[in-house]
Design a protein around this ligand. Structure first.
Ligand code: ATP
Length: 371
C-alpha cells in the first residue's frame, strides 16, 4: 500500500499543504522545528485515528485557527481510498473514508497501515513495561480490530473496579458488585493475554531472523510474555480466565488497601532475551538498540503477513541515531516499501533510481519538492 497525496489545512504549523508522494522513497529535509514530525504525525493520525504525541486533539489545530483538516489519498490492494479527518475546537473529531462518515473514530484502524519508527522506539527494550505494553497494544490492534475493542472495554472495567475498591476502603459491604467486575475483567483479560502470547510467538520468530541478519548471525533474539498472573504460556483461554479469577479473589485485601487492581494484563510485560539472557538487565546499549530495531522491523513483516501488503514505513529522524551497519540494513531491507523519512541532513541512498525517490524541503510549515 502507499500514500499518494496528503492535504493539510491548519494542522499544527501547516496552513495549507498539498503534496504528491513517491511510491517508494520520500525524504523530507529541514532544520529543527520546521514541521517534519508534524507531517509524519498527520499520516499516523490517518492510520490510527489519534496522535502518538498527544491525547488532546485541540493541540493539533493551528494555534491561530478554530478548525483543522487532514486529507489523505492512498492505494491499497490496487483500490484508491480517501481518508479525511476534521478537527474543530471543543468538538470531537470527525472521520470519513471515501466520503462516508465513520460511527466510531477507531473504525479507521486497518484502512491504512503504518509503522512509525522514532528515536524514542530505540528505547523500547530499556524503558519500563508500560512502553512495551503500548507497543503490543498498538501493533496487535492494527492487525486485529477485535483486540482494540477488548482493550478499550478492559480499561473501562478496570476503572470501575478500581473505583469500587476505593469505596470498599471505607465500607466493605458496598463491594458486592465486585464479582461482576471480576468476571468481566477475567473474561476480557484472558482474551487479551491469549492474543498477546500468539502475537509474540510470531514476532519472536520474525524478529530473530532479522536480528541474526543485523548481527551477522552472532546473536539469537527471543521474546517471552511475562504475565503478572503467573500462568503457563501454553494454557488455553479458560485456564487463564480461571487463574485470573482466583488471583483477583486472592489479592482482594491488597487491592482494597491500595485502591487499585494489582494483577492482570495491564501489569504484564515482555521479556526480551539475547542468547537466553534478559537484554533489559544485561544487554549493552548497542544490543538494546539493535533488539529494538529488530522488533520494529518484525512489525513491518508481521503486518505484511497478516494484511497481505507492506505497511507504509515512517522514519522520524531515526537514521542519524543508527550506526552505519544498522542504517544500511534498515534501508536495504525495505527497498520495495513506501518509506517516508525525515532528517535534518541529506542522506545518500545506494541502488535507487531517480524516479524512485522524491526529496522535499520543509521550511516553517511550507514544503517544496526538489526538482
Ligand atoms: N498547534 C500548533 N500550531 C502552530 N504551531 C505548532 C502547533 N503545534 C506545533 N507547532 C509548531 O510546529 C513546529 C514544528 O514542529 P515539528 O515537531 O514538526 O518539528 P521538526 O521539524 O520535526 O523538528 P525537529 O527536527 O526539532 O524534530 C514547532 O515550532 C512547533 O512549535
Amino acid at each position: 500500500m502507499h500514500v499518494k497525496r496528503i492535504r493539510l489545512i491548519n494542522f499544527r504549523n501547516y496552513h495549507t499543504l498539498d503534496i504528491t508522494l513517491n511510491n517508494k522513497l520520500n525524504l523530507f529535509l529541514g532544520n529543527n522545528a520546521q514541521g517534519k514530525t508534524n507531517l509524519l504525525e498527520s499520516i499516523y493520525i490517518a492510520s490510527a485515528g489519534k496522535s502518538y504525541r498527544t491525547n488532546r486533539d485541540k493541540e493539533l489545530i493551528n494555534l491561530n485557527e478554530e478548525q483543522a483538516y487532514i486529507g489523505l489519498e492512498l492505494e491499497k490492494n490496487n483500490i484508491n481510498k480517501m481518508i479525511e479527518i476534521k478537527f474543530e475546537k471543543n468538538k470531537p473529531k470527525r472521520v470519513k473514508v471515501n466520503s462516508v462518515e465513520l460511527d466510531k473514530v477507531s473504525d479507521i484502524i486497518g484502512v491504512l497501515n503504518v509503522v512509525i519508527f522514532s528515536p524514542e522506539d530505540l528505547k523500547l527494550v530499556k524503558e519500563g513495561p508500560s512502553q512495551r505494553r503500548d507497543f503490543l497494544n498498538n501493533e496487535i490492534s492494527q492487525i486485529k480490530p477485535k483486540y482494540r475493542y477488548n482493550i478499550n472495554r478492559y480499561k473501562k472495567i478496570l476503572i470501575q473496579r478500581n473505583n469500587l475498591l476505593k469505596i470498599m476502603q471505607n465500607d466493605r459491604k458496598k463491594g458486592k458488585i465486585i464479582e461482576v467486575w471480576n468476571e468481566q475483567l477475567a473474561d476480557l483479560g484472558s482474551q487479551i493475554i491469549i492474543s498477546r502470547i500468539g502475537f509474540l510467538e510470531n514476532m519472536s520468530i520474525i524478529s530473530n531472523n532479522i536480528h541474526k541478519k543485523i548481527t551477522g548471525d552472532l546473536e539469537n533474539l527471543s521474546l517471552r510474555y511475562m504475565s503478572s498472573l503467573n500462568i503457563d504460556n501454553s494454557w488455553n483461554k479458560q485456564e487463564i480466565k480461571q487463574k485470573f479469577l482466583n488471583e483477583l479473589e486472592k489479592n482482594l485485601d491488597k487491592d482494597i488497601e491500595r485502591g487499585t487492581t494489582t494483577i492482570g494484563p495491564h501489569r504484564d510485560d515482555i521479556k526480551i532475551l539475547i542468547d537466553g539472557v534478559d537484554c533489559r538487565v544485561f544487554g549493552s546499549q548497542g544490543q538494546q538498540r539493535t533488539a529494538a530495531l529488530s522488533l520494529k522491523l518484525a512489525e513491518v513483516q508481521l503486518i505484511k503477513n497478516e494484511v497481505g501488503e507492506y505497511p507504509v514505513l515512517l522514519l522520524d529522524d531515526v537514521l542519524s541515531e543508527l550506526d552505519y551497519n544498522r542504517r544500511s540494513f534498515l534501508l536495504s531491507a525495505f527497498k520495495n516499501i513506501q518509506t517516508i523519512i525525515t532528517s535534518t541532513d541529506d542522506i545518500e541512498f545506494k541502488g535507487i533510481t531517480k524516479n524512485e525517490k522524491s526529496t522535499f524541503y520543509i521550511n516553517k510549515g511550507k514544503v517544496k519538492l526538489k526538482k
